[in-house]
Design a protein around this ligand. Structure first.
Ligand code: ATP
Ligand code: LTN
Length: 334
């Protein structure tokens, strides 16, 4: 069966973009693949701006709770916290000796995040993609569902796996490929519909969090930026606000955009925005209910994460052992 691996950082509330662009896909893939999903807390400590050590444990638990609430099924899939397995950090060290300084320096995410930081930028931030390669390769993942921005990281994982196999023989690693969501799965900021909805750059009014209460969701959609015309049609360039709302409504109701245009054109923006709000509220309602139930019992989440880590280790530990032997490390005597 196809093996899928993906990870998400435990950084802040998850929003509608994360849900429609990534998590819906994670949940759907469980029907056709053997899925491994990870809250990547070791990645979260690579940049000082995002690393708040006081809140990280709770955010890690919160991220796992949201993943369960949206439908990651801990019976069918493996859900765990990255730092609960030492194998990820250890495999990163092996890969550090295979990855090149030059290829890491060129990674677009590193260039962006290190810009203007001079010499103070951490080695961890530089090494971020190598840790990500370890995440993926330890599980023999065939497919990695991620946003377009992660394309270079997945290519690097492939290159590292291929180089390792080539240099040390013994086909230790499976070479993964990235699976990108369709272009339509890009949710825009409600206030600035030409930019993506993003937890680091969107204002509170521009972003809909999965756990926002219905009143708040309604208010945000009612004040979404549209344009000065009144017609409802799909046109990304001329009508980015209306087009974004049409895409959200289409995703929330599972209806085609032309069908929605036929129904709402002529009814005015107020009615249309109200319909989008209502559809999103209905879509997140079961998630919020399930979240409230789960959050009332954090002990149970921790138990599920321990079970996930135990199952993850059954896959990762033998892979790491093979990699260590292949690279020439003497196994300890038993
Ligand atoms: P940041 O603001 O730090 O970039 P983010 O809100 O964009 O964060 P990430 O943690 O980078 O979210 O992404 C988690 C997942 O959600 C990724 O797979 C990413 O492609 C997806 N994602 C994030 N924002 C959107 C969006 N607006 N539309 C569709 N998918 C998104
Ligand atoms: N860098 C990714 C998160 C991530 C990941 C992974 C995704 C860490 N390890 C392994 C897929 C596979 C991000 O920022 N979205």
């Amino acid at each position: 069966m196809t093996r899928v691996f993906s990870g998400i950082q435990p950084s802040g509330d998850l929003h509608l973009g994360n849900y429609l662009g990534a998590l819906v896909n994670w949940v759907g893939m469980q029907d056709r693949a053997d899925c491994v999903y990870c809250v990547v807390d070791l990645h979260a400590i690579t940049s000082p701006a995002e690393h708040d050590h006081a809140t990280l444990p709770q955010r890690t638990l919160d991220a796992a709770t949201v993943l369960l609430a949206v439908g990651v099924d801990p019976e069918r899939s493996i859900l765990f916290v990255q730092s609960h397995l030492h194998e990820h950090a250890e495999c990163t060290w092996l890969f550090n000796c295979v990855a090149g300084f030059g290829e890491l320096r060129k990674m677009p995410q590193f260039r962006e995040k290190s810009e203007g930081k001079g010499e103070s930028v951490s080695v961890g931030l530089f090494d971020y993609p190598v840790l990500q390669a370890a995440d993926i390769l330890l599980y023999h993942a065939d497919e990695v569902p991620v946003g377009e921005d992660q394309r270079h990281h997945i290519e690097l994982a492939r290159d590292i796996g291929q180089r390792f196999n080539h240099r040390f023989g013994d086909e230790v690693f499976t070479l993964p490929k990235a699976i990108h969501p369709p272009a339509a799965a890009r949710v825009r900021d409600l206030q600035e519909p030409t930019s993506k909805m993003s937890k680091s750059t969107s204002s509170d009014k521009g972003i809909v969090n999965l756990l926002d209460d219905p009143k708040r969701i309604e208010k945000k959609f009612k004040s979404a930026v549209t344009d000065s015309a009144t017609d409802i049609r799909y046109d990304r360039t001329e009508k980015p606000g209306v087009s974004n709302l049409l895409e959200i409504l289409s995703a929330a109701t599972d209806r085609d955009i032309p069908d929605l245009v036929t129904e709402y054109d002529g009814q005015g923006y107020g009615t249309f925005k109200g319909a989008v709000a209502e559809a999103v509220i209905e879509m997140v309602r079961p998630i919020q209910e399930r979240h409230a139930e789960l959050a009332s019992d954090p002990g149970e989440i921790e138990r599920l994460l321990k079970q996930g880590a135990d199952r993850a280790r059954e896959v990762a530990a033998p892979t790491l052992a093979r990699a260590k032997a292949a690279i020439g490390l003497l196994p300890p005597s038993r």
